[in-house]
Design a protein around this ligand. Structure first.
Ligand SMILES: C[S@@+](CC[C@H](N)C(=O)[O-])C[C@H]1O[C@@H](n2cnc3c(N)ncnc32)[C@H](O)[C@@H]1O
Length: 407
């Protein structure tokens, strides 16, 4: 079937029409005329796969990655960086509009690196071959290089075969000194570990959650802060953007006194926010991350922060109006409704909401909309060349609510 791509959807897929029925085709560019194979025929829409580009859009560029057309990792290697940034701005503004949230986002903060920016890769191993799953499938695409990850990670991918893993998952994380942690989940016995680590900067191997070589953490550095990061603790994947996120946190906590940082990970944003405030309380569910957070306070000589290992849903009942600022940086599932309700009830003045999932962000903003107004909203291009983005949103309590409170 021949289709003209007329716009993009929220997942970065091209949209066209066949007999008035909408079709979604990944890896297409607005303006393309493509021959598509229909892979899913639903009642209200079709899903297609490019068979051939009949007439390329003027916006189409050659993807630098040979795996691009099949791989489920990147969405936008076939358009310019500027066009991908425009897409992200449009996406957020359309979503705000659709959800009746009155704000127009103007600024997108770029990553210093367009390629090789990621400090982490997760690969599948199937029948001894290493790679990524094909877009929305479990077919393995064998890869020996990814244009999004740090080049030192790429250099080690070809050595993974030495370990003789038949099936499993392998994650490689790297820090600012190019030291690497290798995290493997597999039922196979590992071989040739010495040969694998020889001439590399691998400083730890964790196999089925057990440390079998070196250390199970590394120290990373962002701006002037040092962070101990356990192999299983979250850390922002794009350190260049993380550095800019820290500047935004600093700017927006200048007048804060008591801050609570829910979903605090290894304490990154808590430590930055502590510089301007009297106290910060960080809450995080992963035990190793909280152990790291406590050590990170000491590592950076910061003594006005406290960390608690708990579920935000459980701790939120104890929150009082002592806190004037709350930082929310939840996982993709967003903030629990109970937490949102408690923030509204407690009348916390300022919310700094950082999100990597626009749909849950919009859901939560809608709940807050009656009580809070958006003061600033910026996009951070954390996930360059993909449809994903990081939102940085500052909300303040509405004036009339404060007045009501006084009465
Ligand atoms: C997007 S990360 C943000 C981490 C941190 N703010 C940073 O910038 O590194 C979300 C964090 O929330 C934690 N988390 C997920 N669900 C949670 C919950 N119910 N209660 C507390 N923490 C949770 C995750 O373990 C993860 O560390």
């Amino acid at each position: 079937m021949e289709v003209e791509i007329v716009k993009y959807d929220d997942l970065g897929r091209g949209i066209g029409y066949i007999d008035n029925k909408v079709i979604f085709v990944p890896k297409t560019v607005v303006g393309d005329i493509v021959l598509v194979d229909i892979i899913n025929n639903k009642k209200n829409y079709l899903e297609g796969k490019i068979n051939r580009v009949i007439k390329p859009s003027l916006k189409r560029i050659n993807a630098i990655c040979p795996y691009f057309n099949k791989c489920g990792g990147c969405d936008f290697l076939n358009i310019s960086l500027n066009d991908s940034l425009d897409y992200k701005l449009d996406k957020i503004n359309n979503l705000l509009n659709k959800n009746h949230i009155n704000y127009s986002v103007k600024e997108i903060i770029k990553s210093d690196k367009e390629y090789y920016y990621r400090n982490k890769i997760s690969l599948k191993i199937v029948n001894g071959e290493i790679g990524f799953y094909e877009y929305r499938s479990h077919n393995l695409i064998v890869v020996n290089k990814c244009f999004l990850v740090n080049e030192n990670i790429n250099n080690i991918i070809s050595k993974i075969k030495l370990l003789n893993i038949k099936n499993g998952n392998i994650t490689i994380r790297i820090n600012y000194l190019d030291e690497m942690l290798i995290i493997i989940d597999s039922n196979d016995i590992l071989n040739n570990i010495d040969e694998f680590i020889n001439n590399t900067k691998v400083i730890g191997i964790i196999y089925n959650n057990k440390l079998i070589y070196g250390k199970d953490y590394f120290i990373d550095k962002i701006n002037d802060y040092q962070f101990k990061v356990s192999y299983d603790a979250f850390f922002q994947v794009n350190s260049y953007i993380c550095s800019k996120l820290f500047l935004l946190i600093n700017e927006h906590t200048l007048n804060s006194h008591n801050i609570i940082d829910l979903y605090c990970g290894v304490g990154t944003l808590s430590l930055v926010a502590s510089q301007n405030s009297d106290s910060v309380l960080g809450v995080e569910i992963i035990k190793n991350a909280i152990l790291n957070a406590n050590e990170n306070a000491k590592l950076n000589n910061i003594n006005n922060v406290k960390f608690i290992c708990d579920d935000t849903k459980k701790i939120i009942d104890k929150i009082t109006n002592k806190y004037d600022t709350i930082i929310l940086d939840p996982p993709r599932s967003g903030v629990d409704k109970k937490v949102i309700n408690k923030i509204i009830e407690t009348k916390i003045n300022k919310i700094i909401y950082i999100s990597c999932d626009e749909s849950t962000l919009m859901r939560d903003l809608k709940l807050l909309n009656e009580y809070y107004q958006i003061k600033e909203f910026k996009i951070l291009d954390m996930f360059v060349n993909t449809e994903h983005l990081e939102s940085f949103c500052v909300l303040t309590i509405k004036e009339e609510r404060t007045i009501q409170n006084l009465n």
